[in-house]
Design a protein around this ligand. Structure first.
Ligand code: NAD
Length: 795
């Protein structure tokens, strides 16, 4: 398959524009085309434009691009420059220069066939790939209008909405698709676009939507049978049972009720042989909601509606399906759901709910019983194995466990017994299975079904390093309950955090010291990375709050000294340390990255120094590092340091976080040579490669001794802008106090401009300022509020 750099996207609607943006995120050049409007709109007419003008002719593509920008589909706004606009009449010849053409026009077979036959086929370049984003139309029916030679390069590549954020892409070949094309596109989607690829078949709605929409419609039915309300169902169908917060009805609002019901109807009609097809039905009361315009989030009203009271406060109403009107939302409590509080393992949460005896437990049992049996019966109809269905539900519907992983968590035997007690027919093949997954050495294996059941290896691409597998293969060097040092081979060690929420405390910092020392003595370098939801949200706030309350300031001081010792150890290590954060890297988590020789982040990363949100300032070397970087930049450009310091002061005092790893470059936190990884599974591998790249001839960094402190005059400028903001009502008194503390540290304290100070000097200022803020009652209020609500308090 030829290399893919230039891609055309046909159709600039919800999906086309989102796909175009994500291709641009991956650095591809995109041509986005849509139909030519029949006539100019009112604004165009007023501007004297006609359908002969390009602005009118490209209007739909331009509108798609604007929507993508508004929806933050681009990692950073400037990436939109990779997208060129055009239309499906004037720009067809440009398809010849494209390596991949993606069709994302309306879901209508005739429209797609006509587009292929009349516009794509005559203009497609030699060797170019053609794909359709259809959600459920038959691929063979689409392929039938293509010349046989082209069918080898044709397939369905089904992105989920929104394409930037949803990990799942389903790939479906037609009978003639060449294996090399299928393999090549799968690798491209995975490695370049960071997607989780599931192989589907030519069946309506493919894998994830088939199971996902089944579980939703089945849930609607059991809810009615059990006389439950919308909020009661949502209280249990989310994280308590290993599924996302959107649960059932918030998810329906997100998808759009019209779209969801359309997929359900479509599935029912296209599957005459599916014995469960009647399940894809919704009640007349729900159908009526669509007719009334209650279509979900896009209409700002669906099963939920937000309203503002006379005092401006927002509250949520919920749709009462029996009364067919909105009522005040309540927060139902169930003992079975309460029993899951504090349980991290999703399988154990699910088991805790199913062990309950209330309505929520009964609903979960009935809904999952039917869904898991349905999923089992769909193999091999919609997918070849359990892994494909599990991945589809995890990546496409954000379930924490796929259906077959749920069966393992419940216990297949127990599940079968209970289903039989309900009088439900259980396939004999399921009764013979003990579990669907097992570990053999480092390998994860899955149960294969079919005529000769056995075990297969869960595929693991060579560029994936799974730390669990490393551990099982004997790669643990040493570890505590909070962090481990693992060997990744080739002399590279990995420090993995696994404390609660990966919070950093003295014990974790001691492991940082040990990991650096071990890498220096036994290896060539160190990776700091972990799996799970987030890299680290920073220092352990609960223990800082307790120490403040009990006035154990010496402990806090020891913590800060521990941070300084460990992170200066990272920075000045004799071997390279590369940090590979994903998800969230805040406060202390970000400071680890800032002290590393290399940052190798996942593309979706929220990183920043957010300490002021909890009434503190970055004192793990973060304020020091931003001061140092500003000073060095000013030196490099032989320029005044003030604008550089001001920019970094703002990052800290406004607690700025990145919306993507790409944004870190603009924030000055990503340096030359630091590359962003889109494929989450390749994160640790890429960080290891970076270490191996840096290791030969690595020149350790020494602590700086020659920093020209910006000094008191720059601090005074920052302070006066803080004063203005406070007087203008934009900052509280405490905000101003925090800003002054940051200004004092980042400028190097009360010294004349240009005073030469060592790096250590800034660290001491950080420590003093941090301890002084710990004595502020409003700081404790901020910390306690964050611990309770997860949100910052402005007091
Ligand atoms: P959309 O309605 O937002 O966009 C469709 C685009 O097709 C519009 O820009 C429209 O101008 C264009 N179009 C209409 N008639 C056309 C014609 N005759 N010739 C060429 N272009 C024409 O739809 P969407 O949601 O972006 O869906 C596009 C495709 O992606 C569909 O096949 C859909 O099933 C699939 N899909 C949608 C979602 C989703 O959540 N919306 C998810 C996955 C896949």
């Amino acid at each position: 398959m030829k290399a893919i750099e230039r891609v055309a996207v046909l159709g600039a609607g919800v999906m086309g524009s989102g796909i175009a943006a994500h291709l641009a995120n991956a650095g591809m050049r995109v041509l986005l085309l849509d139909v030519v409007p029949a006539e100019p709109d009112e604004a165009e007419k007023r501007a004297g434009l006609t359908t002969a003008d390009r602005a009118v002719r490209n209007r739909l593509a331009a509108a798609g691009l604007e929507t993508a920008k508004k929806n933050r589909a681009f990692y950073v706004p400037s990436y939109a420059a990779n997208v060129e606009l055009g239309n499906l009449d004037d720009d067809l010849a440009r398809l010849r220069g494209c390596d991949w053409v993606i069709e994302a026009v309306v879901e209508n077979l005739e429209v797609k066939q006509k587009l292929f036959a009349e516009k794509v086929v005559p203009n497609l370049g030699e060797g170019a790939i053609l794909s359709s984003n259809t959600s459920g139309l038959s691929i063979e029916a689409m392929a039938s209008v293509l010349p046989p030679e082209l069918r080898k390069r044709f397939l369905v590549v089904h992105f989920f909405n929104p394409p930037r954020h949803m990990r799942l892409v389903e790939v479906v070949p037609c009978r003639r698709t060449a294996p090399a094309v299928l393999e090549g596109m799968t690798a491209l989607l995975r490695k370049r676009l960071g997607k989780g690829v599931v192989r589907g078949k030519d069946t309506p709605n493919f894998v994830a939507n088939r199971i996902g929409v089944y579980t939703m419609c089945n849930g609607f039915r059991h809810m009615a049978d059990l006389g439950m309300t919308v909020e009661e169902v949502d209280a249990v169908a989310g994280p308590a049972t290993a599924r996302p917060r959107s649960a059932l009805f918030r998810l329906a609002d997100l998808i759009g009720l019209d779209t969801l019901f359309y997929i359900a109807k479509n599935t029912r009609e296209l599957l005459p042989k599916d014995k469960d097809r009647d399940e894809f039905t919704v009640s007349p009361a729900m159908e009526a909601m669509v007719a009334k315009g209650l279509k979900g989030n896009k209409a700002k009203q669906g099963f939920y509606r937000k309203v503002k009271g006379p005092d401006g406060t927002e509250r949520t109403l919920v749709y009462d399906l029996a009364a067919q009107e909105y009522v005040e939302a309540s927060s139902p409590r169930f003992a079975s759901v309460d029993a899951t509080k504090g349980i991290e393992d999703p399988g154990k949460r699910l088991a805790a709910v199913l062990a309950g005896t209330d309505k929520a437990a009964e609903f979960t049992w009935r809904n999952l019983r039917d869904t898991l049996l349905y999923a089992f019966r769909r193999i091999p109809e919609i997918a070849d194995d359990v892994v494909a269905i599990d991945d589809g539900m995890k990546w496409g519907f954000s379930w924490e466990l796929g259906p077959f992983e749920m069966l393992d968590a419940i216990g297949v035997r127990a599940f079968v017994e209970r289903a039989k007690r309900d009088g439900v027919k259980v396939p004999p093949a399921l009764a013979k299975v003990e579990r669907f997954y097992a570990e053999k050495g480092a390998k994860r294996r899955f149960r294969t079904l079919g005529k000769t059941p056995g075990w297969g290896d869960v595929p693991r691409p060579p560029e994936r390093i799974d730390l669990g597998e490393v551990r099982r293969a004997g790669g643990l060097v040493e570890g505590t309950d909070k962090a481990s040092i693992l060997s990744l081979g080739d002399g590279v060690l990995c420090l993995e955090f696994h404390s609660k929420m990966n919070a950093i405390d003295g014990d974790v910092l001691a492991m940082v010291d040990r990991a650096v020392a071990r890498a220096a003595s036994d290896g060539v370098g160190l990776v700091i990375a972990n799996h799970g939801r987030a890299f680290s949200a920073g220092a352990n706030l609960a223990s800082i709050a307790a120490a403040i309350r009990e006035r154990r300031f010496d402990e806090i001081e020891a913590l800060i000294r521990g941070f300084h010792r460990a992170l200066m150890g990272v920075k000045c290590a004799p071997v390279p340390v590369v940090t590979a954060p994903h998800g969230v890297a805040l406060g202390g988590g970000a400071e680890i990255g800032l002290h590393s020789a290399g940052l190798a982040p996942h593309a979706e990363l929220t990183m920043g120094l957010v300490e002021v949100g909890v009434g503190l300032l970055p004192a793990g070397g973060g304020t020091k590092e931003l001061a140092l970087r500003a000073i060095r930049l000013a030196e490099e450009f032989e320029a005044d340091v003030t604008p550089f310091i001001t920019k970094n002061f703002r990052l800290i005092s406004m607690a700025k976080t990145s919306g993507s790893a790409a944004e870190l470059r603009e924030m000055g936190m990503l340096r030359q040579g630091d590359a962003v990884t889109l494929d989450l599974d390749a994160l640790v591998y890429n960080a290891k490669q970076r270490v191996l790249g840096l290791a030969p001839g690595y020149r350790p960094v020494s602590p700086a001794s020659d920093l020209r402190a910006p000094g008191r005059s720059v601090a005074a400028g920052l302070e006066s802008s803080l004063w203005n903001l406070r007087v203008g009502g934009f900052l509280s008194e405490h905000d101003e106090k925090l800003g002054r503390a940051v200004a004092g540290v980042i400028t190097g304290g009360d010294v004349p401009a240009g005073t030469l100070v060592p790096e250590r000097w800034f660290l001491e200022l950080e420590r003093e300022a941090f301890l002084s803020l710990c004595g502020e009652p409003k700081t404790l209020e901020r910390i306690e509020h964050m611990l309770k609500s997860g949100k910052p308090l402005r007091n």
